[in-house]
Design a binder for this molecule. Structure first.
Ligand code: CP
Length: 303
């Protein structure tokens, strides 16, 4: 039995097979419409979500399976003090696979240790968001045909952004990747990540002004400043609108540069950018369904 806690749980060869499967599902969805007949996915979300939870539910439903779960810790017995370990033992009696989001780093790992069914980390605190990373990688591969030799700008909350941490960890395994980290001083990418990049001799630079680096980028990965990770409101208010991607900034970028965002967005991408053909974030959300379908099939050993 396999779980998914980090994108690194899959080798790059396994990821290629997963993405090939996701692309096949996109081309020929009918072939997979009954692949999970009789199977149940549990979505245990202790933190709010639109994309991750609903794309998992859409994925399982499109595979012919069914879904149970909770979308809020308050509506589960966690509110009565039940531990994650006990909860997953119970979920193991009811479902065949579980996607879990939790505000505490490592909670899905604790669940996996006690689980009798595959557990997927659907985001744990500021730590990892592996299925978002699978979505990001599938989007890049599908739209550009490869995962190597890119300059990727990551902009916004690079300190608390689990999607950013997961994506960097995954991309360092590909040749010719260069990172540009664009953030205010207070939201710089953590030292453990820059230490890892130095050790692996992967080029990166850290800048504050987005305008200065726009022409260099193959991808711009925008992120939201996450209110829920701040300890005080004042800091959040000061930093929340630090970056706003608008048409004037897009004019500085290459014609084939693509903008990604894990979403939700708040103000960091102006809605006027949505009509730019380089805005790929809504297509990215669609790829999230295909990759989660492929992941469910892979972890249930159906493919
Ligand atoms: N990208 C993402 O994780 O979105 P949700 O928080 O809506 O699931």
């Amino acid at each position: 039995m396999r779980h998914l806690m980090s994108p690194l749980d899959f080798t790059t060869e396994e990821l290629d097979r997963l993405f090939d499967l996701a692309n096949d599902i996109e081309r020929t969805p009918g072939k997979y419409a009954h692949s999970c007949d009789g199977r149940i996915l549990a979505t245990c979300f202790y933190e709010p979500s639109t994309r991750t939870r609903l794309s998992f539910e859409s994925a399982m439903t499109r595979l012919g399976g069914q879904v149970i779960g909770f979308s809020d810790a308050a509506s589960s017995s966690a509110s009565k003090g039940e531990s994650v370990s006990d909860t997953i033992r119970i979920i193991s009696c009811y479902a065949d696979i579980c996607a879990m989001r939790h505000p505490k780093e490592g909670a899905p790992m604790v669940a996996a240790e006690k689980s009798e069914i595959p557990v997927i980390n659907a985001g744990d605190g500021g730590h990892q968001h592996p299925t978002q990373t699978l979505t990001d990688l599938l989007t890049i591969r599908s739209l550009k045909g490869r995962l190597d030799h890119f300059t990727i700008g990551l902009c916004g909350d690079l300190k608390f952004g689990r999607t950013v941490h997961s994506l960097i960890n995954a991309l360092v395994r590909y040749e010719g990747i260069r990172f540009v980290f664009i953030s205010p001083e207070e939201l710089r990418v953590p030292d453990y990540i820059t230490d890892m990049l130095k050790e692996k001799q992967i080029p990166y630079e850290e800048v504050i002004r987005l305008e200065n680096v726009m022409p260099d980028l193959d991808f711009l990965y925008m992120t939201r400043v996450q209110k829920e990770r701040f300890f005080n409101e004042e800091d959040y208010i000061r930093l929340k609108d630090f970056y706003i991607l608008d048409t004037a900034k897009m004019a500085l970028a290459r014609k084939d540069m693509l903008v990604l965002h894990p979403l939700p967005r708040v103000n960091e991408i102006s809605v006027e950018v949505d009509d730019d053909p380089r805005a790929a974030y809504f297509r990215q959300a669609r790829y999230g369904v295909y990759v989660r379908m492929a992941l469910i099939l892979t972890l249930l050993n159906i493919i």
